[in-house]
Design a protein around this ligand. Structure first.
Ligand SMILES: [Zn+2]
Length: 471
């Protein structure tokens, strides 16, 4: 019995030592937007009438387990941001504790609010609200961020009706209209001056620069000065015509959002159609090489995590994806800084199917090594044939550790921004520990980098083969 107790204690100590949560220093860098309600500053002076409001969305009454709507002093309805908008309407909601800034984002709109302020910024334009967002603790419930629900809903493109007699808010949203390209827009027609076929035309999708470039053989800059190409798309800011060093004509569509392009030749003209990526591609993955620019990620001596992430996830996968039928969008293709909220929102903007983020780990205990894959059980998106983030995480963990010989450090449920606030199955891979000498040697090996890139590609391919999108 004594011995049993002793071994039990050793077992508990061992399991504590091995629990990655406590040794995972990466979390602090990547989870800035996780909403930790324990740290919120309460507005205890705020008064409300105590009336409960019900919310109905697309005909279904919302189940607000941990909250209820309330009426502000001026009669406006205030509702819990996370309960109503995040949990039930799948709006991407973030809160910056330091600046008290609230961000709500869906496919078409973004709203930035501040706690206690009636100023709002909607899609970059300043607006004033009747009532300000507040952090409130309703009786018996945890503190929550309350936002003016009419203002938020209407500015997210949701219709909003208030019945004071029933104390009920009714919201309606039709996805097909807000999501799709304006159907009255027609292809841009580019006259061709030589007898060429589609095989002669090269397309270069530089989505990361907001450009879709089309290369036509021959010198035609003057021809297009005399036959100006008419822009028919509201998402196209301008169309530039340039001459390349190898005597081709470059036509660049500068777009305000990521668009997919399809080409057709009819009656001696090139028809350029710009649409949502999922109209053109049947398999779309977002690959996120973690960190970038001013955000170095983990540092070991003079090595930055951001560089390993880019080398493996971008440099060593781009040719593989280019030769496949899988369309990849990278969150960055160079040493560029983009914040994690933008990265997390990318999948909903371009209608992607999967999201894969690559990072490297670090730990004060330099003996810890291996590969871990994070997913968030708060993101329960299952897009096709039952694939969810957890299944995807296990598959990447298995494939990476088997092919690369790294230690299996586990599949971990943790609410990181890019995995939680995503509209598709999403994972974050911590491939190796930069703090561990053996793991670092692997990361520095060009062969390991190449193999790791190959496993990322192969696993994405395996997922699309096993779980077809049906498009
Ligand atoms: Zn990282």
């Amino acid at each position: 019995m004594k011995r049993f107790r002793k071994s039990l204690i050793i077992l508990i100590l061992l399991s504590l030592l091995c629990t990655p949560f406590y040794s995972f220093t990466e979390v602090s860098a990547d989870s800035t937007a996780s909403i930790n309600i324990k740290n919120l500053t309460l507005n205890t002076d705020y008064e409300y009438s105590g009336d409960h409001i019900s919310y109905i969305y697309n005909g279904v009454e919302l189940n607000l387990d941990n909250s209820y709507g309330i009426i502000a002093d001026d009669g406006s309805a205030l509702g819990s941001m996370t309960e109503i908008f995040q949990k039930n309407l799948h709006v991407i909601c973030t809160f910056d504790l330091k600046t008290q800034t609230i961000t709500l984002q869906n496919a078409c709109n973004s709203i930035v609010l501040s706690v206690g302020s009636t100023k709002a910024v909607v899609n970059g334009i300043e607006k004033t609200m009747d009532v300000s967002p507040q952090i409130l603790q309703l009786e018996g419930l945890t503190p929550q961020i309350f936002v003016p629900t009419r203002f938020v809903a209407e500015n997210l493109g949701i219709t909003y009706f208030w019945s004071s007699t029933a104390a009920t808010v009714t919201m309606e949203q039709t996805y097909t209209i807000s999501y799709k390209t304006n159907l009255t827009e027609t292809p841009v027609i580019i006259p061709l001056f030589d007898d060429i076929t589609l095989d002669d035309i090269v397309m270069d999708d530089r989505y990361y620069d907001g450009e879709m470039a089309i290369y036509i053989p021959g010198i035609h800059q003057t021809d297009y000065e005399n036959n100006v190409i008419t822009n028919r798309y509201s998402c196209v800011k301008n169309i530039d015509v340039n001459l390349t060093a190898d005597n081709r004509t470059e036509i660049v569509f500068c777009t305000s959002s990521i668009r997919a392009c399809s080409l057709e030749i009819k009656n001696g003209s090139l028809y350029v159609t710009l649409t949502d990526p999922d109209d053109v591609y049947s398999k779309i993955v977002i690959i996120d090489p973690g960190h970038g620019g001013k955000d170095t990620g983990a540092i070991r001596d003079s090595s930055y995590e951001k560089d390993y992430n880019l080398l493996i996830a971008y440099e060593n996968t781009k040719d593989l994806f280019a030769a496949s039928d899988i369309k990849v969008y990278y969150t960055r293709v160079n040493d560029f800084y983009s914040n994690i909220d933008t990265r997390a929102a990318m999948a909903s903007k371009i209608h992607a199917d999967l999201y894969v983020s690559l990072h490297q780990n670090t730990n004060q205990n330099t003996s810890i090594n291996g590969t871990s894959v994070y997913y968030s059980s708060l993101n329960n998106q299952t897009l096709f044939n039952g694939l969810c983030s957890k299944t995807m995480a296990a598959l990447f963990r298995d494939n990476l550790t088997t092919a690369l010989g790294t230690v299996n450090y586990g599949v971990i449920d943790h609410a990181l921004t890019v995995t939680t606030y995503n509209t598709v199955p999403a994972i974050l891979i911590e491939l190796a520990f930069m703090s561990n000498t053996e793991d670092l040697a692997k990361l520095n090996s060009t062969e390991f980098q190449k193999n790791a890139g190959k496993v990322l590609f192969d696993t994405v391919k395996e997922i699309f083969d096993t779980y077809p999108t049906g498009r």
